[in-house]
Design a protein around this ligand. Structure first.
Ligand code: UDP
Length: 192
């Protein structure tokens, strides 16, 4: 995708639909991808923390998950088509995973929330394979990383909040050729 630089990050010029089509192709070719759906909090945090900015810049796709970014791009004279949100992307990818019996690893959120997510996923997306899961309050990070590797996932959804989730993905992305995405509070929304 072409990108537009707003506040130091390169946002992809893609509609939600165009982005999903690309991710489906990526998944079918087993590409390793790191997605950041950058909301205003993430963008601001990246301005204040150079290591975090570098981590986000290492992502394959940074989407504009906030109307402020869309407005900013417009003011700069290089508009972005629309918001591409983490939650919508997550739900669409779960449907895709269900349709194609993909393997999904769920990492993050409080234990009870994660359990509700797994129950909902098993009910609503019965053909998706839950290849593994771990709540977001683990002690042994290396063990979690090993668990993900063993699970051989096609998708890894990481709900550790920012900036933790992006640092985690950047560190372990090479353990599985999968679509990795930080999903913030989306497990909490999904569980409800
Ligand atoms: N979270 C987690 N481990 C942590 C910190 C947060 O699993 O060490 C989870 C938290 O339970 C919630 C999600 O990350 O499900 C998002 O947290 P928060 O709302 O603080 O972050 P944001 O949505 O603003 O990224």
């Amino acid at each position: 995708f072409e990108t537009v630089n707003v506040l130091g990050l390169d946002f992809i010029k893609a509609t939600q639909t165009e982005f999903l089509e690309q991710l489906k192709r990526d998944s079918q070719t087993k590409a390793n991808r790191f997605i950041v759906t950058a909301n205003p909090e993430i963008v601001l945090a990246s301005k204040a923390d150079l290591a975090y900015a570098k981590t986000i810049r290492s992502a394959d796709y940074v989407t504009a998950d906030g109307i402020g970014i869309i407005k900013g791009a417009k003011i700069l004279g290089d508009p972005l088509p629309e918001r591409v949100t983490g939650y919508d992307t997550l739900v669409a990818l779960l449907s895709f995973a269900n349709k194609h019996q993909k393997r999904v690893f769920f990492l993050g959120a409080r234990p009870a929330v994660l359990q509700q997510v797994l129950t909902k996923v098993a009910t609503n997306y019965p053909n998706l394979v839950i290849s593994g899961s771990c709540d977001g309050y683990f002690k042994d990070e290396a063990k979690v990383a090993e668990q993900i590797k063993q699970a051989e996932p096609d998708f890894v959804f990481v709900a550790l909040g920012f900036p933790k989730q992006e640092f985690f993905i950047a560190k372990y992305q090479d353990l599985a050729s999968a679509i990795w995405m930080g999903v913030g509070g989306s497990f909490d929304v999904l569980s409800g």
